[in-house]
Design a binder for this molecule. Structure first.
Ligand SMILES: [Mn+2]
Length: 283
């Protein structure tokens, strides 16, 4: 079914894995790209009639080889290479899908998208990821990428996304359950629109997804960053209900069909799931 003014994505889609897990203290997201591939991503995208290519993984150092004092510099270096790869894919006319990895990879993937052309940002996450080294209780970089993309944080990370021109009004957060106290304050001051889990429960995912997409699509292109913890969040209780997750996916699919969708599913840590549970895989 086609509607006037809308285009259907034919591809190509470029898939790139970034098995990074040093942005947090819990290990396991390094096997995220393998798990998503094993679940049949390439086959499923091709089944939609879209031309897709798997570009393999970006080379990333093992966490055991990175000294604590080198973490931020290493993430900055990985994100710089990722940014250049995503930018090249998008400039070639492809839709870039980056498989994380912990969420610090979004500093590189979103910067790459925005260097190629202006875009809005839909950040789907149980957390705000809006901490800075000054506000973060843990100091983990995976809690900071959105702040960095909007110009707040460590100078080494800020250099990766220098000049991308992302403005708070072009960003929407969806699925938020938990914000750190100072992060909440900082986010409010920045003026980023937040759709919480409560909004979704009270107003319905269909309405929230529609409003969020409306807010971020003025540039005609949208980058979606999906933290799997929105589906399962052990440290903040509960998760997006199954029906809401389906509605959200169909809204995202709507963007993919209409605008083209660079995206990065991140924080998938399959090795954390005990054998009796198949749903405890996010961190
Ligand atoms: Mn996140």
């Amino acid at each position: 079914m086609s509607q006037p003014g809308l285009r259907t994505l034919r591809g190509p889609v470029h898939i790139l894995g970034v098995p990074l897990d040093i942005g947090q203290t819990v290990r396991g997201t390094d096997v995220g790209p393998a798990a998503i591939r094993y679940a049949g991503l390439l086959r499923r995208v091709r089944e939609l009639g879209i031309n897709a290519e798997d570009l393999g993984n970006l080379e990333v150092p093992l966490s055991s080889a990175v000294d604590a004092s080198q973490i931020v510099a290493t993430i900055a270096e990985v994100c710089e290479r990722l940014r250049d790869r995503v930018e090249a894919s998008v400039r070639s006319g492809a839709v870039a899908i980056t498989l994380g990895g912990d969420h610090s990879v979004a500093i590189g993937s979103v910067a790459g998208t925005l260097r190629a052309a202006p875009a809005g940002l839909l950040w789907i996450d149980a957390h705000g990821d809006f901490n800075t080294p000054e506000t973060s209780p843990s100091g983990n970089v995976h809690g900071m990428p959105l702040a960095v993309l909007l110009g707040h944080g460590d100078s080494r990370l800020l250099r990766v996304c220098e000049g991308i021109g992302l403005e708070p009004h072009q960003v929407a957060l969806v699925g938020i359950r938990q914000l750190d106290a100072r992060e909440r304050e900082h986010l409010g001051k920045a003026g980023v629109h937040v759709f919480t889990m409560r909004d979704i429960d009270e107003r319905g995912m269909g309405t929230v997804a529609h409003e969020a997409i409306e807010r971020v699509s003025s540039a005609g292109r949208v980058h979606v960053s999906l933290d799997i913890d929105v589906l399962e969040c052990p440290d903040c209780g509960g998760r997006l209900r199954f029906v809401a997750a389906i509605l959200l996916s169909s809204a995202i699919r709507g963007i993919l069909r209409h605008l083209g969708l660079p995206s990065d599913p991140v924080q998938l840590a399959p090795a954390r799931a005990p054998p009796e549970r198949d749903d405890a895989w996010a961190c």
